[in-house]
Design a protein around this ligand. Sequence first.
Ligand code: 3H9
Length: 694
Amino acid sequence: MSETVSFHIHGAIAEAVIDNPPVNATSASVRQGLSEAIRQLESDPALQALVIRCEGKTFIAGADIKEFGKPMADPGLPLVMEMMDHSTKPIIAAVHGTVLGGGLEVALACHYRIAAPGTKFGFPEVKLGLMPGGGGTQRTPRLAGLATAIKLVTEGNQIGTDEALKSNLIDAVATGSDLATKARSFAEKLVAEGKGPRSSSTLPMPADNPTLFEEARKTVAKKMRGQTAPLRALEAMRLGYELPFDEAVKQELAIFRECMNGSQSKALRHLFAAEREVARIPGLAPDTQTRNIERIGVIGLGVMGRGIVMAVVSVGIPVIAVGLDQPNIDAAMKAITKMWSSSVAKGSMSQETMDKRLALITTSDDPRDLSPTQLVIEAVTEDLDIKKAVFAKLGEVTPAGTILASNTSFLNIDTLAAASGRPEDVCGMHFFNPAHVMRLLENVRAAKTDPEVVATIMALGKRIGKLPVLSGVCDGFIVNRMLSKRSREGFFLVEEGAKPAAIDKVLLSYGFPMGPFALGDLAGLDVQAAARKARAASATERELRADFPEQMVAAGRLGQKTGSGWYSYDENRKASANPLTDEMIAAHAQRHGLTLRDIGEDEIRERLLYAMVNEGAKLLSEGIVPRPHEIDVALVNGLGWPSYTGGPMHWADQIGLDKVLATIEKFRAEQGDAYWTPAPLLEQYAREGRGFYA
Ligand code: 3H9
């Protein structure tokens, strides 16, 4: 048939088997093979039905992303689906794994669908800045109803077989025997019962409901701020009420193509590839041995330690959790139980799951009890002396080969490694708060970290559901180092006259989940003040003068947790303007003789974000990260840098590094070399007319 599609005949039933690893995407040879299979079905009078199924771990997981942006070889997917739709003999999709995007569209263009237990279905196109372009916005409402269809195409989430069956997206679940056999019997039964093709395109659209469309627009505006693809998907779905099916799918395809050629999809596709690229560590052989991790120790049971315990046991790995003393352990277990109980109360976790997770936690106040673990994650107070003492102790009480990882967010891992006496076993594993929720994990390779340790923590990160990114040792690693430059500019802008709320608004409207001041209130101004104190020795006079966190801590305003910070908070932590903030800024300006001026949105945005891009370029120049991919993936997933811009380095490339450099030079002239000296790599790339990505 084709390189990737084989054709088999079992009596009256034909079978087209797709084998196009890794995910059976609808590449050109798959489309060609499928179209030939349908032609064969039509032309051979002995054949009564066709089953389409896939080899490997999944049915078609979508159109081939690698073909996007290039001329599409014939036949296009819409043509193949039209052939299926118009076939005079029934076509059955036998699906398993992840039936996504164009894969789900192929299945819906078939006349019947049978799924293996555990199959997942979804339209993840919006996560790539796209919307279904192969009839998904037209067939799904016809089969599953408007509410389900809107949710599937705009949110991009997956549903399981139960929901798919209930929503009429599949006809049967193949329990009891293997999918291929079950699908064949299903086809034979159809033939025996004289059931012919049954096209979803001929079904009527469900009753219109403008309220559902309006609600979806609001949800998208809130949850996927700034993203255009989900709105375009709704626009395409509405066409079903205005045009005949064939015309609506043509227009849907045109909208899909517009999205595909737009900057948002380009950025999101870049991130999709970058997320996979960061798993391949330059210089680390792919077959590097990983150490066996069966039990993990966590030492330090504050907010971070608790979150790490929760993340680890959630995938079934037992934890030995070591706290300071019994009251500290009790407080931690109480906090963990409270969080899980609230999930049980909301119905997002079962009592059985909670009990299982709790049973995986053993507590102790003695670090010697960590000896049966293969990895210990240290999450004690961010104080170098305290951490050094902990690493010295861990070096003593755990056997050689046990990995010792620090969750520090900025301290020097090489210093901790030396303190342990076993530097080859030491690394960083920097989780983001809340550690059981946030996807990003910054793994840190220190000077002497064994390659096996690096391979192990990268694999473990994935195992516990995180997105691990590898960084070298530096103050703040990737996210916090870049973020510290944004905070600096935020404080300077306030000293120069910009209002904190106005600064936050600029980033919020650019797609960030919050601005620097709302983030400071959330993280705690005491935490921010402590980080400033730790860095005071290397700070400039101007940085020391902009001591807003310290002033607020002195006034007992620690942010959300005390109900007052940059903003005021009610009992539900809803923010409102805080008059004390204006008073503090006015008094600060008077004390230091500062002149305040009006600052425009462009300057605010450029100072906050270009300061980060410049620091990212320094991370690259210094070899802290080997490529810009790590930076983009880390900032999007750790800070909420808007994904549809592709992350700071991709974003800067799109603007043009010459333009970014010119603005940085302007800020340098206005603000001084100490803050705005361009990274050498940025200067070099701008001169060469290239981007951070070659
Ligand atoms: C679409 O369908 C548009 C239609 O509506 C319009 C038609 C006209 N193409 O994630 P993994 C590669 S848009 C090409 O590590 P997992 C991936 O790059 C598409 N390649 O595995 C990686 O290769 P490498 C809608 C793809 O098991 C390898 O497969 N579909 C594609 O953790 C393994 O990937 C989607 O958006 C693809 N479509 O997860 C689905 N997908 O290592 C996107 C993956 O060389 N895919 N690859 O970089 C996924 O969500 C996950 O890959 C999946 C497997 C859940 C399938």
